[in-house]
Design a protein around this ligand. Structure first.
Ligand code: ZN
Length: 370
């Protein structure tokens, strides 16, 4: 084994034996970029397997930091990461560097929204991703990812899991000129919006907040996403499952929903009419109640970088403050309802201890400033 050569393909021997891989396929994976949006349960499993498979560049975007309750299912993290208060994207980078040093990981500690998703997926410094992998926990951002996939002609693998039920589906989007390799192969699939016309309104669907989530189920769904992603990156569009997979691991049911005709029979605003409402920011909100966290996120307020040292000095009068390169965290205990405030470099904040956006905004205004 030639373990010292950083470009050696030896480590992929068992994978290269598979049909459709080989040395050529492996080189193709090494030259590929995957954008993983969300690095929670789905995202950690996907990042782990894509790195082990030798996908050359992983852009991992996540807005959050690691908590103890994540460890039940978020396989790249451990207790040390919780103690260090690391952002998920950075912890994932460190872990993957130990797993496969041939893989380049770009951690992005940002909230994915209409202002940055095109830059991250297609038009920014990382270039155009070859695939978008869904590690998300909400439909609003999925619709955004779906639109970027369609607009820029990037395949997108959707995955979701709540309770004991999971779903996954690979989108090989219809593009503006119909000239993508998968369209030439006759393998384009309906987009997410062809299938789900609208995001379910908040509160209508169970979330991991209310229903919990089964760790191994998330692994199953994420691994299914990775299988489809590898087929796509290798160019085996004929092998991609055109159906939407729905699996209930507790009721022992697996369904394949045939959605292939949804594009032809529908009038999809996104992939048929090519109107990109989510990218335009028509549905964006400044605050988000975070799934399962008793917490509210406040969007970045401006371009000005915050001065962590100054803010930390001020907040120490109200409770315990911790600082690292990525964020500031304060436990504010001198109030009736104690809360935890986490500030990120980009000005974004997560207020834990409330689910009310108005209270979160009030706390931010009082302790950080408008
Ligand atoms: Zn569509």
């Amino acid at each position: 084994m030639d373990n010292d050569n950083p470009h050696s393909l030896d480590r992929y021997h068992r994978q290269m034996l598979l049909p459709g891989f080989g040395e050529q396929g492996q080189k193709r994976l090494a030259a590929s970029t995957a954008l993983i949006i969300g690095c929670g349960a789905l995202g950690t499993v996907a990042a782990n397997m894509l790195a082990r498979a030798g996908v050359g560049h992983l852009i991992i975007v996540d807005r959050d930091f690691i908590e103890l309750t994540n460890l039940q299912r978020q396989v790249l993290f451990d207790e040390r990461d919780v103690a260090d208060s690391l952002p998920k994207a950075e912890a994932a980078r460190r872990k993957i560097a130990q797993i496969n040093s041939q893989v380049r990981v770009t951690p992005v500690i940002e909230d994915v929204n209409h202002t940055n998703i095109e830059r991250l997926a297609a038009t920014g410094e990382y270039g155009r991703a070859d695939i978008i992998v869904d590690g998300l926990d909400n439909f609003e951002t999925r619709f955004l990812a779906n639109e970027v996939a369609v607009k820029h002609g990037i395949p997108y693998v959707y995955g979701g899991a709540v309770g004991t039920v999971g779903m996954s589906y690979a989108i090989l989007p219809h593009t503006e000129h119909g000239d993508s390799p998968w369209e030439k192969a006759g393998r384009a699939t309906p987009c997410l919006r062809c299938i789900f016309e609208q995001a379910p309104p908040p509160g209508m669907n169970p979330t991991c907040d209310t229903a919990g989530v089964l760790g191994p189920l998330v692994s199953i769904v994420a691994n299914y996403e990775v299988v489809e992603a590898l087929k796509i990156l290798l160019g085996h569009y004929d092998a991609v499952n055109p159906a939407l997979l729905s699996i209930d691991t507790w009721a022992n049911t697996t369904r394949r929903l045939k959605v292939a005709r949804a594009y032809e029979v529908g009038e999809c605003t996104c992939c048929k009419k090519r109107s990109f409402e989510w990218i335009e920011g028509r549905y964006s909100a400044g605050t988000t109640t975070l799934c399962g966290r008793d917490a509210v996120q406040l969007s970045a307020t401006g371009e000005n970088r915050l001065n962590f040292e100054q803010i930390a000095d001020r907040l120490r009068a109200h409770g315990e403050v911790k600082l690292n390169n990525f964020m500031l965290r304060a436990q504010i205990t001198d109030v009736n309802e104690p809360f935890e405030l986490t500030l990120f470099n980009d000005g974004r904040a997560i207020i834990k201890g409330t689910k009310q956006p108005a209270r979160a905004r009030g706390i931010y205004a009082k302790y950080i400033g408008a």
